[in-house]
Structure formats: C-alpha cells, structure tokens
Design a binder for this molecule. Structure first.
Ligand code: UTP
Length: 479
C-alpha cells in the first residue's frame, strides 16, 4: 500500500478525508509534502479533540474550592503571613552559586504568531528598546551576557521557535552574530503544531490545497518539545539543573534572577519543580491569569475562567483577595520536565476562536473570513504547575520586571513598554542621585533605557561614575 493510501485510510477512519478532495490537482511533489504533513499529525487523537474542544466548548476551568495562592512577598521583612517569611540573602547566595556553577540555562519561548501586534516576522525581531529600538531578542541576550560576565558561567540560551518562524529566527541570529553570544550557547528547537478546525463542523481546515491549516501548539507545547528535540538531553550533558523560563515579549524580564532561582531551589515548601513570579493585579478585571490553590495544589486560573465574584472579592483591608497576577516568568527544574516526559503526559488544550483563512471546499478558493470561523487549540505552560509536588510563587514589582508587548496600541503595547522602561530607568537613576525631569502628573518627562550591560538592577547604578547630574525635560538617553 502506498503512503498516500495508508494516510487516506487513517483519514477515512476519523471522518476527515475531505482534506484529500483536491488530490487530482496536486503534483507528485505536492502530494508527497502533504502526506508528510498528515503523517506528522496525531490523526488518531483528532476525533477526541473535536468532541472535547470543538463540539462541546470546554466548561470554565475553575475548580469549586478555589482559594488564593500565598506568595512570598517582594519585601521579605513584611511577610504578612508568617509562613511566607524568607531570607533574601540566603536565596541570593544559593541562586548565585547555582548560576556560577553552570547549573542554570535561560529558556525563551518565541514560537507565537504575535497576531495582536500585527508585526511581520518573529516577535523577537521587533524593535523594543525605548531609545535604541533594539530588538526583543537583543534585550534578553544582553541580560544573559551581563549575567555570564558577572558570574563567569556559560548560561546556555534555549530559544523555542515554531515551524512558522524558525527559519527567520535563525537567520536573524546568524545575521546578528548570535546577539553577542557564542553560537554553541544558543540552542534553537521547534515546537509542535496543532491542526485548526472548522468551528461548526469540526472538520480540518485547509490552508491551501494540499496543506492542512495548523497553528503552533501553545507555550505549553514547550515542555514536550524540550524533550522531543533533544534540548533537554543537551542541558543534562551540560550539567544544567534549572531552567529560567521567559517569554519573548517582555524586554524587562530578569532572564537570570539569582534570588528567584535560589528561592525556587531552596524554599522549604518548593519541590524545585516549577516556580512562578507574580505581580499584584491593578484592578479586578485585569486580563492576567491568577495564582490560586485548590485540592492542595497551586494553579493559574485564566482571567476568562475566574468567576467574577471571586475576581472582585476583597480582604478586610480592601485589597483584592485573588490578587496574584501571573507574568509568565518561571523557573523549571530539568528533572521535572524529564519526569513529565517519562509518562503519557498531556497538558489540557485551551480553545481560541479565530478568523482562519482556508480553502472553501465548494469553490476551491482560499477565503479570508470576516468573523471567527475556526478553532485553534493551544496548551499553556502554567498548566504544568498543578503537576508539581509543590510549587511556590514570588511577588515582584511590575515596573521592575514586566513590560510586555502584546498589542499594537493601548495596554501592553510598544508605547506602554517604552513608558515602563523609562519609569524603571528614572527610578534607578533617582536612586543613584540623578535628578530626573518629571511632569506635573509625576510621570518621567523623558525617554530612558538602561541596558543590562550597564546595570542589571538599581544597585548597580549606585556610585557609578559618569552618570549625568540631571535628565532634562524631553531628553532621550540610553545608558
Ligand atoms: P502569547 O500568548 O502572547 O501569544 O504568547 P503570541 O502568539 O505571541 O501573540 P498573539 O496571541 O498571536 O497576539 C506568549 C509567549 O508565548 C510564546 C510567544 O512567542 C510569547 O513569547 N508562544 C505562544 C510560543 O512560543 N508558542 C505558542 O504556540 C504560543
């Protein structure tokens, strides 16, 4: 039996053989490529996915017994809850030792489609530096270079791409000298893809004749792809134990944070499997996942799954009861990912209704729908948290570490990112005795950017020679 006949049989059995409808119009090479694509998909799981996620619309993911997750506070001297007392110096020392001894790698997920931003190309190439316009990849690379210099350790950098942006991403790194890092210490691997479905019929959509429409399988796909690609084995070979997980869209992320790594590795209630950072939510409706507890496990509940009454619930002092917003920053133990991949592990999928261009089966033409017509399924990395034996959360400051670029305008946009970069730099400079021009509303009246190569955190600027005495209104300054 030919490979085509074999795949045809499998498609018939799952009721999806319409995708071969244009078979006679395809060249041998096109048929060959199509059979390759179909054989790479998990065809036998499709009926279950259609049933669970397309036909049914999964119910809200919030368990009934939710309580807020208790986070380690940013300031260890004011723990609030005595069980959250911690010693910053101890965590710092432990984390620094781990980095210095080569036990830490950075991992950036950069396989997303960046559709909200609408940028043509991998998001990591997007110019993010408030003054320099340096690309997001360079922002993270500079942090890694700074940490390598400070701790005298190699610190490999894993970059996850998707089939949609892999070639362009690798080409960017090659054209830019691997952003100043040794080529061998930047490890690329690709995540998997999921087929996209017609929202009404559950049928596979065709991107064109001879190709099923697919989408990257979500940042949660990274936990399987790390293993399947061999990247995890490579980290083991290099002696790496902890993986500092970051997303590509946040230029302020502390790609290597020894305090967080040390707490993850040493806190009495951490299993060292997967730890997270949070920032207090700004308002009940803020669109961030929230750290919660249920059934003795820590978990993130998506904002859309959070019952409104709980989102709005307050403590006696008026603060939000469920206030721990996820910023998608984690440290993950290598051994934890190995353990997950030993068994038959699968994170749940989340459904997104999208406008997906596809071949109209009647006309044979590619159509661009005006309204959502299709379903994409993605796994989210935070769904691995409840699989930990125990998992901790550390509070951090939004301005210090969180300026994501998600949207073209408004919240979480390039503009808000520049403003946060400026505010953070203004605070650091003021802490170092520089007078920064501020407007009547208190916001910095200038544009500022500080490279991690100059300062990784505020303390690095204190006493630094050559700082200006003042920043004038309207001034632009990159340090
Ligand atoms: P987002 O959820 O913001 O998605 O990804 P996105 O694809 O970048 O943007 P939109 O939703 O299309 O506008 C958060 C992080 O997870 C990565 C992204 O690259 C980003 O760093 N990601 C997302 C992946 O690596 N793979 C995916 O399949 C999805």
């Amino acid at each position: 039996m030919s490979r085509l006949d074999e795949v045809r049989g499998r498609l018939r059995r799952i009721g999806q053989d319409h995708v071969l409808q244009h078979e006679d119009e395809l060249s041998d090479a096109q048929i060959h490529a199509f059979v390759d694509q179909l054989a790479s998909l998990d065809l036998e799981s499709i009926p279950r996915w259609v049933e669970e996620y397309v036909r049914k619309r999964p119910a809200s993911g919030a368990p009934a017994d939710l309580s807020p997750a208790l986070a380690y506070p940013r300031d260890p001297r004011s723990p609030g809850d005595p069980s959250r007392a911690w010693a910053r110096e101890d965590a710092l020392r432990r984390g620094e030792d781990l980095v210095r001894s080569g036990r830490v790698a950075v991992f950036t997920v950069a396989g997303g489609q960046g559709s909200r931003l609408g940028f043509d190309g991998p998001k990591g190439v997007y110019p993010a530096g408030a003054v320099t316009g340096k690309p997001l990849f360079a922002c993270i690379a500079e942090w890694i270079i700074a940490a390598r210099r400070r701790y005298g350790a190699p610190i490999p950098w894993l970059v996850m791409t998707s089939p949609l942006n892999h070639k362009d991403t690798v080409a960017f790194f090659e054209a830019h000298g691997h952003c100043g890092l040794p080529k061998d210490d930047v490890i690329f691997f690709q995540q998997g893809v999921m087929p996209s479905f017609d929202a009404h019929t559950g049928r596979l959509l065709l991107a064109r004749k001879g190709e099923v429409a697919t989408n990257p399988d979500g940042h949660g796909g990274s936990l399987r792809a790390l293993h399947a690609s061999g990247a995890l084995a490579e980290l083991k070979r290099r002696g790496v134990e902890h993986i500092s997980y970051t997303q590509i869209d946040n230029p302020l992320v502390r790609a290597v944070d020894p305090v967080f790594i040390g707490l993850h590795a040493g806190a009495p209630d951490s299993s060292g499997e997967m730890s997270s950072k949070m920032v207090p939510k700004t308002h009940p409706g803020e669109k961030v996942g929230v750290f919660c507890r249920a059934g003795g496990r820590t978990m993130v509940i998506e904002y859309s799954d959070m019952p409104e009454a709980l989102s709005k619930a307050t403590n006696a002092d008026g603060s939000l009861r469920f206030n721990a917003g996820s910023i998608a920053v984690h440290v993950i133990g290598r051994a934890f990912i190995e353990r997950l991949n030993q068994g038959d592990f699968a994170l749940p999928f989340h459904r997104a209704d999208k406008q997906i261009p596809h071949v109209d089966l009647n006309s044979g033409e590619v159509v661009q729908p005006a309204a959502p017509n299709g379903v994409k399924l993605e796994a989210f990395v935070f769904d691995a948290i409840p699989l930990c034996r125990s998992s901790i959360v550390l509070e951090t400051d939004r301005v210090e570490e969180f300026a994501p670029i998600k949207n073209a305008e408004g919240a979480d946009s390039p503009k808000s990112c520049r403003e946060i970069q400026t505010e953070r730099a203004a605070r650091w400079l003021e802490g170092a005795g520089v007078k920064v021009a501020r407007r009547a509303d208190g916001l910095a009246d200038c544009v500022l950017e500080i490279s991690p190569l100059t300062a990784m955190w505020a303390e690095d600027l204190r006493g630094r020679p050559g700082l200006p005495a003042r920043i004038e209104p309207g001034q632009k300054l990159a340090l």
